[in-house]
Design a protein around this ligand. Structure first.
Ligand code: C5P
Length: 239
């Protein structure tokens, strides 16, 4: 994983409307490898948006954070994979059977596709703090909860986790060198944090063990998204 070129390790989050998403995709073609489609774009545009980006040569990270009964999650994971997603997310809180069902769903799709998309687990949402865990009756510390859910996910055949850069080193140590450790909350030095609170620079995220970083607004809202993307890739390469 670590020898992968920097540009292949940046996932550009397109949290915008369709027209802007296509504009950004056209700009970033030939630069970025990965685009991230989240709920905002997917619920508006459906699987066609995944296919459209695939047809333009991108890999697609479909971040729908599946969390339902195992039967439904199996079907959703299969559908997401057949839509063309290369990577999908599932909530660790769904527990072993649901996590295994997500893995099963992509395997079913793999039989048709000829390759198996990967699945990563969200442990504790980075927007949640100890008070939020208390509200839902989770008493153990956030870090312990995240580690426990990550271990559960690994045992269920999940390929890695999405976590904050602050958790990346711990997750890398826990999950080993092959796991995907995908970190949002990344901000190049000097750029606006927006609503992200626990941020790290691309170099810090990589040094902590992230296999991939998710970057949205520092690229999508930059005057030149391509220059912003290339600056981040260069910073990661140096790291
Ligand atoms: O614009 P920005 O770089 O903050 O975008 C980060 C992206 O990563 C968004 O699409 C957001 O939904 C996603 N994300 C996150 N924190 C998580 C999981 C996903 O910011 N814990």
């Amino acid at each position: 994983m670590l020898e992968t070129a920097a540009r292949d390790r940046i996932m550009v989050a397109l949290d915008c409307d369709r027209d802007r998403a296509f504009e950004l995709a056209d700009l970033l073609a030939g630069h970025a490898t990965w685009l991230k489609v989240g709920m905002t774009l997917f619920y508006a545009e459906g699987p066609a948006i995944v296919r459209a980006f695939k047809d333009r040569g991108f890999k697609v990270f479909l971040d729908l954070k599946l969390h339902d009964i195992p039967h439904q999650v199996r079907g959703a994971a299969r559908s997401a994979a057949l839509a063309g997603a290369d990577l999908i997310t599932v909530h660790g809180l769904g527990a072993s059977k649901m996590l295994a069902a997500a893995r099963g769903g992509v395997e079913e799709a793999a039989a048709e596709l000829g390759f198996r998309p990967q699945v990563i687990a969200v442990t504790v949402l980075t927007s949640m703090d100890q008070a939020a865990l208390d509200e839902i009756g989770v008493e153990r510390p956030v870090a312990d909860e995240a580690a426990a859910l990550a271990s559960l996910a690994r045992e269920a055949g999940i390929d890695g986790v999405v976590c904050s850069p602050q958790e990346a080193a711990g997750m890398r140590a826990l999950l080993g060198p092959e796991a995907l450790v995908v970190t949002p909350g990344v901000r190049p030095a000097g750029s606006a944090a927006g609503d992200q609170s626990r941020v790290a620079t691309p170099a810090q995220a990589v040094a902590a063990g992230a296999s991939h970083i998710v970057v949205g607004r520092p690229i999508t809202e930059a005057q030149s998204p391509v220059d912003a993307f290339e600056a981040i890739a260069a910073e990661m390469q140096r790291a």
